[in-house]
Design a protein around this ligand. Structure first.
Ligand SMILES: O=C(O)CCC(=O)C(=O)O
Length: 298
């Protein structure tokens, strides 16, 4: 995407709170992602549920199996953990530059998951993704979400609905909730919005599923909603391209935030052993000495 298009989309996010990038994703990748999402929905063990949500991921034998057909909204979290194919998502050249323009270059992956409205799914509560941040609104962009349409989004199948301009409101989303405007868009399009924008997944009144991927980024000075450093084994992160390693958190913000012993965590990615072992050994020696001193003086 050229600089002019990036600036135009970022300006739309600034002005109306959202933008749509048509034909953002190459058709072969969209089809492969769709296939992979469907495979995971078949193969992963559900680990958490509530009345309308199934979140799937790591097996938890203690939880009873959940029939997907009982539910109308299926989500799979931590997609980087589940398949190498999803590594294309956070670094997508038609999306990431727009997000970087909105949040700044040090932005991070906050979450990467599926959002599938199955037939009969009710609408979500109208919400803003940044509701949990205890800051007066409006505020500078903290989150920027991108929703990837893996099929055509229509009013009938539950296209995302947005409330234009609401990212500039002082109020938190509260009843009576506005209906919002449906964003109908062809398969392969990506809807990008400021995390303060009021929005919702629409009700799916069709007979077709509405699968999507939600790739959410946060500003580099914020805590990521999903813990990407503990949630992704280092042996897996070692295989990521450098930009993806940064996006999951192996870098610093403003040269300082996120550091380890005054270095970027990036320097530790490829170490097989505990690179902090030497420091730990010194700590243990120091502790033993200090303990002896305490015992002697007691
Ligand atoms: O799936 C959608 O249309 C929207 C999802 C969403 O709003 C969310 O996850 O916060």
């Amino acid at each position: 995407m050229n600089a002019e298009a990036v600036a135009r989309h970022a300006a739309e996010v600034d002005e109306q709170g959202y933008t749509v990038v048509a034909d953002a994703i190459e058709p072969g990748l969209v089809d492969a992602l769709l296939e992979e999402v469907e495979r995971l929905e078949r193969e992963l063990v559900p680990i958490a549920e509530n009345s309308a949500t199934v979140v799937k991921g790591r097996p938890r034998p203690s939880l009873p199996p959940v029939e997907v057909t009982e539910h109308d909204w299926v989500r799979i979290d931590d997609l980087l953990l589940h398949s190498a194919l999803f590594e294309h998502v956070p670094v997508q050249p038609s999306v990431l530059p727009i997000v970087e323009e909105v949040l700044g270059p040090g932005c991070l992956i906050s979450w990467l998951m599926t959002s599938t409205q199955t037939p009969g799914a009710v609408a979500q509560r109208v919400h803003a993704d940044d509701e949990m941040y205890p800051l007066p609104r409006p505020h500078p962009p903290l989150l920027c979400n991108s929703l990837w349409a893996l099929v055509d989004f229509t009013v009938a199948n539950g296209a995302t609905r947005v409330v234009p301009g609401s990212h500039r409101w002082r109020e938190m989303p509260a009843p009576p909730f506005p209906d919002g405007e449906p964003i109908e868009m062809p398969k392969g399009s990506v809807l990008i919005w400021n995390g303060s924008l009021w929005h919702t997944a629409g009700a799916n009144t069709s007979n077709e599923r509405r699968p999507a991927i939600t790739m959410n980024y946060c500003a580099g000075f914020l805590r990521q909603q999903v813990n990407q450093q503990l949630g992704l084994p280092r042996s897996l992160v070692q295989t990521f391209e450098p930009r993806l390693q940064e996006l999951v958190g192996y870098g610093t913000f403003a040269g300082k935030m996120g550091r380890i012993s005054w270095q970027s965590p990036a320097v530790y990615i490829d170490e097989e052993d505990d690179v902090l072992g030497d420091i730990l050994a010194l700590r243990n020696t120091g502790e033993a000495t200090a303990l002896r001193a305490v015992t002697a003086s007691a």
